[in-house]
Design a protein around this ligand. Structure first.
Ligand code: IFM
Length: 459
């Protein structure tokens, strides 16, 4: 049965909250990383960010003004369970209590992500995600979070973009904790997925025990990027298939088919980076996924290249003559339609939500702080159109979240890249909806009217 679409916006804890030393929060890997010279543009940090921790009620009021149905935010693990072990921290949890209540009071559905990259530093000191034990610590944290918020929150995403945590955090070192160790990185992939499975089990069990299973939606968010072969040559096709394996299949297959892609697993083994799978792990990882969140920004055209050092398969990204965002990412909305249709065809079962989609551009505010971001408006319009096209062609798409509600701390780029539909003046913390926010608010209303007038069942 076709369901009503939900329209929202997303943020994450470290990118907007600030207040990194308040109410018992302990350092995360991002606090440590930012304090390390040369890691983040201009030495910037999330210490203050958008000061959302202190401005939350006004921020929620702004969400209501924009007409959002749902707000996707993440919990800071070191705020909820400092040091990543033991009981919850009442003062830290109180912030999320207030946030959830504020959202519900404004009729906005709270959508919680448990992990958007801010691992407690204490757990990194104990080995981080390459250490199997971190997956079990994550499940305990999920229990603490669910006990605190499960009476009011039904939408639970375990991880945001495990590819980034593993690849950028442990292999390229571009993100916290800044390690460069491929063997550790692929161990992290497996333990992140294991953590997802264990946490999903905990949440479902607790919901069942408390009679709250009805309406519960548990899932994970992946950043998925279509890899398009540059030509029909077997070499380019093989290069694109390998890249698809590393970026997409390595996550989708274990989650939704209870197996790692054989080609990728075998190659990793050969390269000395085995996935440290133990008996029973894959059935834990492949818990039922109610919701698969898709973070979509771009796609890539891939051409074969000579193998890299130590036999690593290599490829070249072929530049297309298309618009690019300030991240230098190609703007390819049509690939989103293809991606959603592929997911429905090859991995049927979950409801798909676009849990992030948006663009950084070099915004130029006028004297009043207003940003006339026709480029971002166009990006949102064409991607929403592309997503709805996939829905019309049979993809079980249930919602869309703009990334991001606010300009915020864009990781190793610091505050230099702005993704917000609402501008944040970091000197005054003033929020000013951009042209794209107005567009998005209007589009939400338009889509709701269309839905009301169409003979679609709601549920
Ligand atoms: O800002 C990030 C977000 O934290 C995760 N997904 C991609 C966004 C843009 O880079």
């Amino acid at each position: 049965m076709e369901q009503k679409l939900l329209w929202g916006a997303a943020t994450s804890s470290y990118q907007i909250e600030g207040a990194v030393s308040e109410d018992g929060r302990t350092p995360s890997i991002w606090d440590t990383f930012c304090a390390t010279p040369g890691t983040v543009t201009a030495g910037e940090t999330g210490d203050v960010a958008c000061d959302h921790y202190h401005r939350m009620p006004a921020d929620v009021a702004l969400m209501a003004e924009l007409g959002l149905d749902v707000y996707r935010f993440s919990l800071a693990w070191p705020r909820v369970q400092p040091d990543g072990a033991g009981k919850g921290n009442p003062a830290g949890i109180a912030f999320y209590d207030r946030l959830v209540d504020e959202l519900l009071a404004k009729n906005i559905l709270p959508w919680v992500t448990l992990y958007h990259w801010d691992l407690p530093q204490a757990l990194e000191d104990a080995g981080g995600w390459p250490n199997r034990d971190t997956a079990y610590r994550f499940a305990e944290y999920a229990a603490v979070a669910y006990d605190a918020l499960g009476d009011r929150v039904s939408q639970w995403t375990t991880m945001n973009e495990p590819w980034c945590s593993a690849m950028l955090g442990y292999i390229t070192g571009r993100h916290a904790p800044g390690r460069r160790d491929a063997r550790a990185g692929f161990a992290a992939v497996h333990h992140l997925l294991l953590g997802h499975g264990l946490a999903s089990q905990v949440i479902r069990e607790k919901a069942r025990a408390n009679g709250r299973s009805e309406g519960l939606e548990v899932g994970i968010t992946l950043n998925l990027a279509p890899k398009i072969p540059a030509s029909e040559s077997p070499e380019d096709i093989a290069a694109a298939h390998w890249e698809d394996g590393l970026s997409n299949r390595l996550y989708l297959d274990p989650l939704l088919r209870a197996e790692y892609p054989a080609d990728v697993a075998a190659k990793l083994e050969e390269l000395g980076c085995p996935l440290p799978v133990q008996d029973g792990d894959l059935s834990i990882i492949a818990q039922p996924v109610d919701v698969l969140g898709v973070n979509y920004y771009s796609s890539n055209v891939v051409a074969a290249a000579p193998a890299g050092p130590n036999g690593w398969p290599a490829s070249t990204a072929v530049q297309r003559d298309v618009e690019r965002t300030a991240m230098d990412w190609e703007v390819t909305p049509e690939a989103l339609t293809g991606l959603l249709l592929r997911l429905e065809r090859e991995y049927p079962g979950p409801a798909w939500y676009i849990t992030e989609n948006g663009a950084a551009y070099a915004d130029a505010p006028d004297a009043n702080g207003f940003v006339d971001d026709a480029d971002r408006e166009r990006y949102l319009r064409t991607h929403i159109d592309a997503a709805l096209e996939a829905r019309a062609r049979g993809a079980n798409l249930r919602g869309y979240f703009a990334w991001s509600l606010f300009d915020n701390f864009e990781w190793s780029y610091g505050y230099d890249r702005r993704f917000g539909i609402v501008r944040v003046d970091y000197d005054t913390q003033e929020r000013t909806p951009k042209r794209s926010a107005r567009y998005y608010a209007d589009r939400i209303q338009e889509e709701k009217k269309r839905e009301l007038m169409s003979p679609v069942q709601t549920g």
